[in-house]
Ligand binder design. Structure first.
Ligand code: NAP
Length: 324
């Protein structure tokens, strides 16, 4: 008979490997499916400076490898295979990959979200060398410097305000003549002495030698082109959650993120969505790992309840958050 895991974790980033660590430590037969290498978005971050416990910071790739090793030591297995389809309804969930179909009684969807890119030449090579997608992660490198923030949504507005407390000069570049960001951000941005707003403007070029030294700009109304010297560019134009696999099966918000409760439970019993893939206020490694632990706990409680032996904690959990 084909093997049925207790828990399949899709995605080997911090949320996924924390779910695998907690799940396997709780005795769940756990499989992680990862398409490339451990760490997710974190693995392409040169230095993670805001994860507690590492006073000198830590290389994101190494942190990802360490998370995989910790989960493996506790008994979780990893298969490096890309997931192509999932069937989540029913007591046994099926996950198709290039390496065959895997089955489990619970699924943890930890596929994350990728930042949207500008699509400019040289963008990939400048990541971490003047070009950033996360102001909360990398803003501190620009104390006293000049930075450009691109975008007009809540993230761009919050990033520009946060950077205005560190950088000497912040130029917010937006392609339209008004912000999409919530009203609450408008006045603080307009009254911040070191924030300039460039409306109807797009980036046309990333000027660089070894690292970024400036940007090319174009006013979309007049066509006027200019150059602006700066030390850093923060691309804050939104994220793309990796949820195509579950569209039509899990409830998604208007941005495509999975809607869950705080314990990461989705609308499908036995399916959990921790980390960047779910609707949430702050997408960071620390919030992803916290979610991963919640997902494993939820899976454990779900399995215990289904097996007819709910623990006292499971009874409480199910009373507070009935399974849908
Ligand atoms: P968003 O709301 O989708 O805004 C993206 C912004 O980037 C828009 O202003 C958009 O311009 C612009 N943009 C998109 N593609 C672009 C491109 N190729 N070149 C130039 N500009 C481009 O994304 P977000 O700001 O990351 O917010 C995502 C979600 O998180 C939202 O639901 C938001 O409310 C939420 N969030 C909430 C908070 C908070 O509550 N404090 C903080 C951050 C994020 P257009 O306006 O022209 O479309």
């Amino acid at each position: 008979m084909e093997h049925i895991y207790d828990m399949i974790v899709i995605g080997g980033g911090p949320a996924g490997y924390t779910a695998a660590l907690y799940g396997s430590r709780a005795g769940l037969d756990t499989l992680v499916l990862e398409k490339q290498s451990a760490g997710g978005q974190m693995a392409i971050t040169n230095r993670v400076d805001n994860y507690p416990g590492f006073p000198e910071g830590i290389d994101g790739y190494r942190l990802g490898q360490s998370m995989e090793q910790g989960a493996r030591r506790s008994g979780a297995k990893t298969e490096y295979a890309e997931v192509t389809a999932v069937r989540l309804a029913g007591a046994v969930k099926e996950v198709d990959t290039g390496a065959g179909t895997f089955r489990a009684r619970t699924v943890v969807l930890a596929t994350g979200a990728e930042p949207r890119e500008l699509g400019l030449p040289g963008e990939g090579a400048l990541v971490g060398r003047g070009l950033h997608y996360c102001a909360a992660c990398d803003g501190m490198f620009y104390r006293g410097k000049t930075v450009v923030v691109v975008g007009g949504g809540n993230t761009a507005a919050a990033d520009a305000l946060m950077l205005s407390r560190l950088a000497q000069r912040v130029i917010l570049v937006h392609r339209r003549d008004s912000l999409r960001a919530a009203k609450i951000y408008h006045q603080p941005l307009k009254s911040a002495a070191n924030v300039e707003l460039r409306w109807n403007t797009v980036l046309t070029e990333l000027v660089c030698g070894d690292k970024l030294t400036g940007v090319g700009l174009r006013n979309v109304l007049t066509g006027e082109e200019s150059r602006l010297a700066c030390h850093g560019v923060f691309v804050s134009i939104g994220r793309r959650p990796a949820t195509e696999l579950v569209r039509g099966q899990l409830v998604l918000d208007e941005g495509g993120y999975v809607m869950t409760d705080e314990s990461t439970r989705t609308n499908v019993p036995g399916v959990f969505a921790p980390g960047d893939v779910r609707t949430k206020a702050l997408r960071q490694i620390v919030t992803a790992v916290a979610d991963g632990a919640m997902a494993a706990q939820g899976a454990e409680e779900y399995l215990a309840a289904r097996d007819g032996a709910p623990s006292p904690q499971a009874k409480n959990l199910l009373k507070d958050f009935p399974l849908k």
